[in-house]
Structures are given as structure tokens and as C-alpha cells.
Ligand binder design. Structure first.
Ligand code: NDP
Length: 261
């Protein structure tokens, strides 16, 4: 590796890497020389994303079908990735579902609550634990390096009405990564969460296509545009690089200044 930001030789897993923010991160990582393994449930989406990633000069990427709500599915994907790539240096737990329409808390069903937690929080527990076991084992063998990065949300720090189940999962991710940062630092593993603002993706296509919403929210974004998945490339490369070795237990807000305004 020639520079602190050259990721040649590194391998990153990105759950939900076949679209939106995850693909934005994967794209920049591949261009920085990293080998990327994108995990998602939809094989067609995986295939399309892989073509995009491989179109970069020398782009090294693979895709795994994986449902993060199922431990066995994650273990299979990790085994296949390790068999193919030999190592996993970074784990971006980015797969997530949105609120699927807001609803008063007093009408929230237990099913909706549980489904949200199974994907957005339990899914991160499973993938981080499987990845961390590999990273700790490697550290004990003399190669201490690891990166754990959940995609959280501004909802973790704002009061977001009628979306409390989503907000609760995301706030838990901030706490989870801070705790892991402290516990795993001695193995060379850092943990930092990313808090996106309003970003264009499949998840937000409905709300960001609604003129009334756009006219109300856009004036509150100082950079005067909504975010794009590519806005997450820089942070992904930084966090995967050795330049970020001393940066842990943090929350990175990427929102065009929305929270400051
Ligand atoms: P997308 O809907 O574009 O991406 C979601 C990704 O998660 C897809 O790749 C999807 O792939 C994957 N996914 C969903 N459920 C599962 C599952 N059970 N197992 C494996 N993969 C799964 O949305 P975004 O890119 O916007 O969202 C990415 C993350 O960013 C989410 O965690 C979201 O909460 C967070 N976020 C997004 C914001 C925004 O404004 N867009 C704001 C704040 C946070 P597949 O369908 O193939 O499984």
C-alpha cells in the first residue's frame, strides 16, 4: 500500500451493498483498490451492482445473496467470502428497512416493531459478531486491523414522530458501535457509525418525490440539495484506511448541514 488511502489488499463486506448508500460506499472503496463483497437478498440487484463495480479499471468485487435477519445466511456469506478472499478487514452493516409509512405509536403493531428490530438491529448484531470473531482471531495471530461501521440515521438523534421503531433501532446502533469501539480497540478494531441525512435512494424515492415535502425540507438543508449515495464514498474510504486508525467511537453526520441549521 503506497499511501494511507490506498486500500489495495483490504477486503470490505457491505450489507445492503447492491443499491443506494451501500453501493455508493462500495463504488468508492473499489476505486481506492479495496476488494468489496456486497451482500443483499435480491440476486438481480446484486448482479447489476456487481457489473457497475467491475466496470472500474481493475475493480475487484463479488456479491453474496444474504438475508441479515438470518444468522445462518450471514455465516454462509461470511464463509464464502473468506474462502474466496482470505480475509475481511471491514464490515459496513448498512442493510436496513425504513418505516414503511408513518403511524401513530399507539397504533404500532408488535409485528411491525419486531420486523424493524430483526433487520435494523438484530441483523447488525449478527453480521458484526461474525465479522468480529474473524478480526479478533486474526489480531491474535499478529494481524490487528478491523473496521465496524453501521449505517445509523439522523433519526437516532432527532425526535422523529410516528417512526419510533426505526429511530429506536438506529439509536441502538450508535450505542452498539461506541461499546464495541471500547471493547475491541486492543485488537486494532475501530467502530464508528454513519448518520445520513436525506439521501436519494429506493428507500426515500416516495418522500423525496413529493413536492410538498421537498419544498418544506430542502430550504433547511444548507448545501441546498439532498444527498446522493456517492456522498458516502469519502467516509467509507477514510474509515477503511489506516489514516483512521486513531478515530473510533464516533458518529459521522453526513447531512449537508441539516442538523446545524
Ligand atoms: P435502499 O433501500 O436503497 O437500500 C437498502 C439496502 O438494504 C438494499 O441493498 C437491500 O438489498 C438491503 N436489505 C434490506 N433488508 C435486507 C435484509 N434483510 N438482508 C440483506 N439486505 C437487506 O436504502 P438506502 O440506501 O437509503 O439505505 C441504506 C441504509 O441507510 C439503511 O440502513 C437506512 O436505514 C439508512 N439511512 C438512509 C437514509 C436515506 O435518506 N436514504 C437516511 C438515514 C439512514 P436487498 O433488497 O437486495 O436485500
Amino acid at each position: 500500500m503506497n499511501s494511507d488511502f490506498d486500500l489495495t489488499g483490504r477486503v470490505a463486506v457491505i450489507t445492503g451493498g447492491n443499491g443506494g448508500i451501500g453501493l455508493g460506499m462500495a463504488d468508492a472503496l473499489v476505486r481506492a483498490g479495496c476488494t468489496v463483497s456486497i451482500w443483499g437478498r435480491n440476486e438481480e440487484k446484486n448482479k447489476k451492482a456487481l457489473e457497475q463495480l467491475k466496470s472500474h479499471n481493475g475493480g475487484k468485487a463479488e456479491a453474496r445473496v444474504c438475508d441479515v435477519t438470518k444468522r445462518a445466511s450471514i455465516e454462509d456469506a461470511m464463509k464464502a467470502t473468506l474462502d474466496a478472499q482470505g480475509r475481511v478487514d471491514g464490515c459496513f452493516a448498512n442493510a436496513g428497512i425504513g418505516g414503511g409509512g408513518r403511524r401513530p405509536f399507539i397504533d404500532r403493531s408488535e409485528d411491525e416493531w419486531r420486523t424493524m428490530f430483526q433487520t435494523n438491529l438484530d441483523g447488525v448484531f449478527h453480521v458484526f459478531q461474525v465479522a468480529a470473531r474473524h478480526m479478533v482471531e486474526r489480531a491474535k495471530a499478529g494481524d490487528p486491523f478491523g473496521r465496524l461501521v453501521p449505517t445509523s440515521s439522523l433519526a437516532s438523534i432527532f425526535g422523529t414522530a410516528q417512526n419510533e421503531h426505526y429511530a429506536a433501532t438506529k439509536a441502538s446502533l450508535n450505542a452498539l458501535s461506541r461499546a464495541l469501539a471500547v471493547e475491541l480497540a486492543r485488537y486494532g478494531i475501530t467502530a464508528n457509525s454513519i448518520l445520513p441525512g436525506w439521501i436519494r435512494s429506493d428507500m426515500t424515492a416516495g418522500v423525496l418525490g413529493n413536492d410538498k415535502f421537498v419544498n418544506a425540507v430542502l430550504p433547511r438543508v444548507p448545501v441546498r440539495r439532498f444527498g446522493e449515495p456517492s456522498d458516502f464514498g469519502g467516509i467509507a474510504v477514510y474509515l477503511m484506511s489506516k489514516a483512521s486508525s486513531y478515530h473510533t467511537a464516533d458518529t459521522f453526520v453526513i447531512d449537508g448541514g441539516y442538523t446545524a441549521f
